[in-house]
Design a protein around this ligand. Structure first.
Ligand SMILES: Cc1cc2nc3c(=O)[nH]c(=O)nc-3n(C[C@H](O)[C@H](O)[C@H](O)COP(=O)(O)OP(=O)(O)OC[C@H]3O[C@@H](n4cnc5c(N)ncnc54)[C@H](O)[C@@H]3O)c2cc1C
Ligand SMILES: NC(=O)c1ccc[n+]([C@@H]2O[C@H](COP(=O)([O-])OP(=O)(O)OC[C@H]3O[C@@H](n4cnc5c(N)ncnc54)[C@H](OP(=O)(O)O)[C@@H]3O)[C@@H](O)[C@H]2O)c1
Length: 266
C-alpha cells in the first residue's frame, strides 16, 4: 500500500452475529483522516480469496452504521447465498484486514432536506444501516420535530439493532428531546412472514397505500411537513416511490431541497 493509495487498511475489532448465516455486523478501526456524513456509505475491500495477504481486489458499498463521532467504523450486512463478498466478510475475525476507500460516498444525508417537520426513515432489510448512523449522531434530533423509523423485515429475528433503537430514549444526550416529547422517536418494526404482536403482518408499501402506516405513526404523511428517506430493496423503493410520488413527495433537484431521498442497495 503506497502513500497515494485510494484506500487504507483497517483492522477488524469485533463481529456480532444477529442471525447465524444471514445477518451480522463488523466493527473496524477508523483512519484518523476518514470523515463522512451520517447516511453515507464506504467502499470496502477484501483481497482475492486465493491471495488473502494480497491487495484488495473485490469492493462493495456499505452504509456506515457508526456515527461520525464514533472512533470506529461499523457495518451491518446480509450474507447473500453464493455472493462473492458478503459470505467472506461474514467470516472475518478480529485482527483481520478490511480495506476502506479513503473517500466516503452517497447522498442519503440530511443535507438533502430543509430542516423542520418530521423525518421518516423507511427501510427494508439491511437498509436500516444508514439510519443507525443518523440516529447515533445528534444532528437529526435537533433538526426535526419527530423521527419515525420503519423497519420492514421478513421475520422478527431480523429486527437487528432493535434494543439499541428502543433504548434511544434513555440516551443521556437525547434526554431533553424525549422529556419535551415522549414520542420524539416512533419506531415501527414490521415483519411480513411472521406475526409481530400489535403490528400488522404486511409490507410497508401496503401500509403506506392503505393509510395504516400513518395510523401506526400517529401522524400524517403530509408532503408539507414530512421528509422521507427510503433505503433497501430496489423493488420496495420503486413501489414506495410511486405511492409517495402520487402524494406529492419528490427528490430535490438542482440545489432545491426535496422531501424524498432514496438509496438502492442493489
Ligand atoms: C449504496 C449501497 C450501500 C449498501 N450498503 C449495504 C449495507 O449497509 N449492508 C448490506 O448488507 N449491503 C449493502 N449494500 C449491498 C452490498 O454492497 C453488497 O451487494 C452485498 O454485501 C452483497 O455482496 P455479494 O458480493 O455477496 O453479492 P452481490 O453479487 O453484490 O449481490 C448479489 C445479490 O444479492 C442481493 N443483495 C445484495 N445486497 C443485499 C442486501 N443488502 N440485502 C438483501 N439482498 C441483497 C441482490 O439480489 C443482489 O443482486 C449496499 C449497496 C449499495 C449500492
Ligand atoms: N437462502 C435463504 O434461505 C435466504 C433466506 C432469506 C434471504 N436470503 C437472501 O436474502 C435476500 C433477501 O434479504 P432480506 O430478507 O433482508 O430482504 P428483502 O427480500 O428485501 O425483504 C425485506 C423486507 O422487504 C419486503 N419487500 C420485498 N420486496 C418488497 C416490495 N416490492 N415492496 C415492499 N416491501 C418489499 C419483504 O417483504 P416480503 O416478505 O413480502 O417479501 C420483507 O419484509 C435475498 O435476495 C436472498 O439473497 C436467502
Amino acid at each position: 500500500m503506497t502513500e497515494d493509495s485510494k484506500y487504507t487498511r483497517q483492522t477488524v475489532t469485533s463481529v456480532h452475529t444477529w442471525v447465524p448465516g444471514k445477518l451480522f455486523s463488523v466493527r473496524v478501526t477508523r483512519d484518523d483522516a476518514y470523515d463522512f456524513q451520517p447516511g453515507q456509505f464506504a467502499r470496502v475491500g477484501l483481497p482475492a480469496a486465493d491471495d488473502p495477504d494480497g491487495p484488495p481486489t473485490l469492493w462493495r458499498a456499505y452504509s456506515m452504521v457508526s456515527a461520525p463521532g464514533q472512533p470506529w467504523l461499523e457495518f451491518y450486512s446480509i450474507v447473500v447465498p453464493g455472493g462473492l463478498f458478503s459470505p467472506r466478510m461474514a467470516r472475518l475475525v478480529p485482527g483481520d484486514a478490511l480495506y476502506v476507500e479513503k473517500a466516503p460516498y452517497g447522498f442519503l444525508t440530511l443535507e438533502r432536506f430543509a430542516p423542520g417537520g418530521d423525518l421518516w426513515l423507511l427501510a427494508s432489510g439491511t437498509g436500516l444501516s444508514a439510519y443507525l448512523s443518523i440516529l447515533r449522531d445528534p444532528a437529526a434530533w435537533s433538526a426535526y420535530r419527530r423521527i419515525v423509523l420503519v423497519h420492514g423485515v421478513r421475520t422478527t429475528e431480523e429486527l437487528a439493532y432493535r434494543e439499541e433503537i428502543e433504548s434511544l430514549a434513555r440516551r443521556p444526550d437525547l434526554a431533553s428531546h424525549f422529556a419535551a416529547d415522549p414520542r420524539k422517536l416512533v419506531y415501527l418494526p414490521i415483519a411480513t412472514r411472521e406475526a409481530l404482536p400489535g403490528m400488522p403482518q404486511e409490507r410497508l408499501t401496503t401500509l403506506i397505500a392503505d393509510g395504516r402506516l400513518e395510523q401506526l405513526a400517529g401522524q400524517a404523511l403530509d408532503p408539507e411537513a414530512a421528509k422521507i428517506m427510503l433505503c433497501g430493496n430496489p423493488a420496495m423503493l420503486a413501489d414506495a416511490r410511486k405511492l409517495l410520488g402520487e402524494r406529492g413527495f419528490k427528490p430535490g433537484r438542482r440545489g432545491i431541497p426535496g422531501n424524498l431521498a432514496v438509496e438502492n442497495y442493489w
